[in-house]
Design a protein around this ligand. Structure first.
Ligand code: GAP
Length: 512
């Protein structure tokens, strides 16, 4: 895979070719930033959900689940701050009539400065070879120093203007940097305006009586409004958590990068309620726990990094992103936020209902503080899928494309292949499928030469191939081939279930 753009294109086309992801309503030319998950995609997605759900609810005695509705009382979004502040700054180009996120135009400009700096660095690397001292070079080379200084100043000014809601200054910055419309090259811009990202809809049949609703932009608020229900009926004691997986909707303006930024997506969120004053201890605990969860899947430690927020949202007292090295660079995969008592207090105020915890030991009531872990299911899908997709040169000079999905997440766990379509081999293979299908998702494939079938299963991400040949008829053994090593072992048919059970055990994976 020559460069990151090629790799990204390969990810998108492979996801389509192998039934993982299709554009939404493609026969009508699709719907921008909305995607459908195909026959393999839905299995991978469900397996990621299970892996997260089990690690949260089954492995923690003090975390329970919830499935709140997508539609919620509109006051929810007033209390949470989404009605007033869930905005993106927009700018239109008067000539091309194209609409952009003003901050993204500026960030793209900064990205170009960084690319120029990187170009200087790689030129120097080539020139100086082993003697190259990158740290010294970037701190002294005049052009690199200039690009980096300029980037820093631009980003600081942008952050300040956005925080202080000075949208005129954001426009002034676009003009000073001489940023042109990427579509037309025109610099004829409108003013910058705030645009709310929530999708609105109506509840009720007649136009007069219908009331305005929103499709939820995050699942978290379903948890907050149910805090007292779950705490009381589950007799939960602080600290405890509520986990939820579900759809969220955002009218994203810059919707690009495939399933990374969609208008309809899924979140896996967990709100952990703690005693005030203990939140930073739990924040560190959840940072470590979530990193451990990611590490257990073996996608490569080097593909992850934490990005602590310097500028915190008004309700947070600590926040970090777990970033992943996607084909287009390191970007946010998961957020871990210490949200204080902001949400519970805001709902308490607007609803008039008490959302507190009575601590029997202390003999007092208090509003718990909250640590939130929030990961986009689709982003996790993209992380797993893009890290797994590899082109390999083999020892015999040939090459293969292989999707090295962690076997615990793979859509199909094993493919059973009769070596030939005759001599009773298909019947034995079908019997093996019949035995194993109760515990595992198993495929049967008898078309083409066995080598081609192996390649097909490698590319589809199937971790094991079980081949039935003529020896099977004599001694009841088959070969089991491992996708990643291509190693083949002869095993007894009666041991297959045990072998797959051990390989695909949640305990083995989640405690890794
Ligand atoms: N409750 C907190 C919250 O929603 P967020 O950072 O806005 O925080 C959390 O979103 C996660 O949801 C992100 O880290 C990302 O993985 C995912 N996410 C957010 N917007 C998304 C979008 N438009 N498409 C896909 N995933 C998205």
């Amino acid at each position: 895979m020559a460069n990151t753009q090629d790799k990204f294109k390969q990810v998108i086309s492979h996801a389509k070719e192998y039934g993982y992801i299709f554009g939404s309503s493609e026969i009508y030319d699709g719907l921008s930033a909305v995607y459908d998950y195909g026959q393999n995609g839905v299995e991978l997605k469900n397996n990621i959900k299970d892996y997260w759900w089990k690690s949260m609810t089954q492995l923690h005695q003090n975390i329970v689940g919830l499935d709140a509705a997508i539609l919620m009382h509109p006051k929810t979004w007033k209390a949470s701050g989404h009605v007033d502040a869930f905005n993106d700054p927009l700018i239109d180009n008067k000539d091309s009539k194209k609409r952009y996120r003003a901050d993204v135009l500026i960030e793209d400009y900064v990205e170009k400065l960084e690319q120029k700096a990187q170009k200087e660095i790689s030129k120097a690397k080539k020139r100086f070879g082993d003697k190259f001292d990158e740290e010294q070079f970037v701190s002294t080379h005049p052009r690199v120093v200039k690009y980096r200084k300029q980037s820093k100043e631009i980003l600081e000014r942008l952050a300040k203007s956005l925080t202080e809601e000075k949208l005129a200054d954001v426009k002034a910055l676009i003009e000073e940097l001489d940023i042109a419309c990427p579509a037309s090259g025109s610099r004829n811009w409108t003013d910058v305006k705030q645009f709310n990202l929530m999708f609105g809809t109506k509840l009720g049949a007649s136009a007069e009586s219908a009331s305005d609703l929103y499709l939820r932009p995050e699942t978290a608020q379903g948890i907050f409004v149910n805090f007292a229900n779950v705490q009381k009926t589950g007799r939960m004691k602080i600290p405890f958590g509520i986990a939820q997986i579900g759809k969220a909707f955002r009218n994203e303006i810059v919707a690009r990068q495939f399933i990374f930024r969609q208008r309809e997506f899924e979140q896996m969120e967990m709100q952990f309620f703690v005693k005030p004053g203990e939140e930073l201890k739990w924040f560190d605990y959840w940072k470590a726990q979530r990193q451990k969860w990611h590490d257990s899947l073996g996608l490569g430690k080097e593909n992850y990094r934490f990005h602590d927020h310097e500028k915190l949202a008004h309700y947070a007292n600590a926040a970090t992103d777990i970033e992943f090295d996607f084909p287009f660079g390191f970007k946010e995969l998961e957020g871990i936020h210490s949200r204080t008592d902001f949400d519970l207090k805001a709902h308490e105020e607007l609803s008039g209902k008490k959302l507190q915890f009575y601590d029997h030991e202390e003999g007092e009531s208090y509003t718990p503080y909250v640590i939130e872990t929030s990961i986009g299911l689709d982003r996790m899908f993209l992380a797993v899928f893009s890290a797994a997709l590899q082109d390999e040169e083999l020892e015999d000079g040939s090459s293969r494309t292989v999707l090295k999905l962690p076997s615990i997440l793979a859509p199909v766990k094993a493919a059973v292949l009769p070596l030939l379509k005759r001599d009773g081999l298909p019947e034995i293979a079908e019997k093996i499928v019949e035995d194993l299908k109760w515990d595992f998702n198993i495929a049967y494939d008898e078309k083409d030469a066995v080598g081609r079938r192996y390649r097909r299963q490698d590319a589809a991400g199937t971790p094991f191939c079980i081949t039935v040949d003529h020896d099977t008829k004599d001694d009841n053994t088959v070969t089991i081939r491992h996708r990643d090593t291509m190693e083949q072992k002869r095993v007894k048919i009666e041991n297959l279930k045990q072998i797959l059970t051990e390989e695909l055990s949640y305990k083995k994976w989640l405690s890794a």
